[in-house]
Design a protein around this ligand. Structure first.
Ligand code: CA
Length: 98
């Protein structure tokens, strides 16, 4: 059955991002933050990025240092959303340059 008022796509997109964040935060028993281990698993599972080699370890350390704004060694939802924003801009950087 079709809905006459489907959920706006942006709400769906943000809901999907939130679902991903909270699924990985829960893996280490956290409610509102992701540990470095959870961030690594998210990158591997959701972005297909392998982080087991030395380069991968450096990448995850850089990510944590760049987006862990409060320095608690975990990534909050707000910090994660800033990463998603930067990631989205990088995906469309050629289009944005015009
Ligand atoms: Ca943090």
């Amino acid at each position: 059955m079709c809905s006459e008022n489907p959920q706006p796509k942006l709400f769906d997109a943000v809901g999907t991002i939130a679902d991903i964040f909270f699924r990985y935060s829960a893996r280490d028993g956290r409610k509102n933050t992701m540990t470095k281990k959870a961030v690594k698993e998210l990158f591997e599972d959701e972005l297909g990025t392998k982080l087991n080699d030395e380069y991968g370890q450096q990448a995850i350390e850089a990510l944590m240092s760049n987006f862990d704004a409060d320095g608690d060694c975990e990534i909050s939802f707000e910090e994660f959303m800033k990463f998603v924003g930067k990631f989205g801009c990088s995906m469309f950087s050629d289009d944005l340059a015009e």
